[in-house]
Design a protein around this ligand. Structure first.
Ligand SMILES: Nc1ncnc2c1ncn2[C@@H]1O[C@H](COP(=O)(O)OP(=O)(O)OP(=O)(O)O)[C@@H](O)[C@H]1O
Ligand SMILES: [Mg+2]
Length: 259
């Protein structure tokens, strides 16, 4: 079993504190969901874990099996087994999807241990089939001109090809049609198992009908303020966040980061 542990994480962006002490522990073989109002720092948490240079960690720790993730360079974090499916995936012109994936896989391997072209193609074909993707997508430039839903599906393709230990999926369900939601969920569920842990950031309980989380966390004002089981997501969907604020005595009308 592997463990990704976030303790007392404080993060600033351009001098403004966004995360104010996030605590969260994720093990392999577990799927956790993170929900919370807009602007409470969910994507910031994801970016900080992955080492986005704009996000400055001012206090706290992130460890992967006891190893300090914050000390690692961005590529070392990926090597160590961390993966982020971004809320807004970037387009890279001039690099095909297939080339990108193959380079990313080989970057995680020792020299001389590179994946063979045949094996790569076989694997790519089979994963694209699971995700019901048009085979042409492999030869298109990475995310360029992809529709919103196609980009999200492509993030899951990357996940399935790279097989990280821990994945953070930031609003992987936004913009997906109902069939695509099922297909993407199928992909994530296929990854489920002893070598894989997943943090799913979402606004909607609907996704969690397809991917049953072991735990659900609520983030507000830069902290995880409440955790529970799948029933917590159902209650949030039905009742919104007001009751959480009341329960915790959060008075601020704007749950986001307004000064
Ligand atoms: N690069 C940046 N510069 C300035 N402020 C930023 C930057 N990135 C994020 N923020 C601010 O940090 C706060 C948290 O943003 P974040 O994207 O983490 O929220 P979120 O919880 O993911 O929201 P959403 O549900 O809308 O995706 C917001 O107030 C946002 O404006
Ligand atoms: Mg976000």
């Amino acid at each position: 079993m592997s463990t990704l542990e976030i303790k007392g994480l404080h993060v600033e962006i351009e001098g403004k504190e966004i995360l104010k002490g996030v605590d969260l522990t994720l093990n392999t073989n577990e799927i956790h969901a993170v929900m919370g109002p807009n602007g409470t720092g969910k994507s910031t948490l994801a970016s900080a874990i992955m080492g986005h240079p704009k996000y400055e960690v001012t206090a706290g720790t992130v460890t992967l099996d006891g190893e300090d993730v914050l000390e690692m360079e961005v590529d070392e974090r990926a090597q160590a087994g961390l993966f982020l499916a971004m809320q807004y995936p970037s387009e890279i012109s001039g690099v095909t999807n297939a080339d990108f994936l193959r380079s990313a896989i080989n970057a995680k391997r020792e020299e001389g241990e590179e994946i063979s072209l045949m094996k790569f193609i076989r694997e790519l074909d089979s994963k694209m089939e699971v995700l019901e993707m048009d085979p042409d997508m492999a030869q298109r430039y990475l995310n360029e001109g992809f529709s919103g839903g196609e980009k999200k599906r492509n993030e899951i393709l990357q996940l399935m090809m790279l097989k990280p230990k821990f994945a953070i999926l930031d609003e992987i369900d936004s913009g997906l049609d109902i069939d695509a939601l099922k297909v993407v969920s199928k992909g994530v569920n296929e990854m489920r198992g002893e070598g894989f842990g997943c943090l799913i950031i979402t606004h909607y309980q609907r996704l969690l009908n397809y991917i049953t989380p072991d735990k659900v966390h609520v983030m507000m004002q830069g902290r995880v303020v409440k955790s529970g089981g799948p029933e917590l997501a159902q209650k949030l969907e039905a009742e919104g966040y007001d009751w959480v604020k009341e329960e915790l005595g959060i008075e601020d009308e704007t749950v986001g980061q307004e000064a």
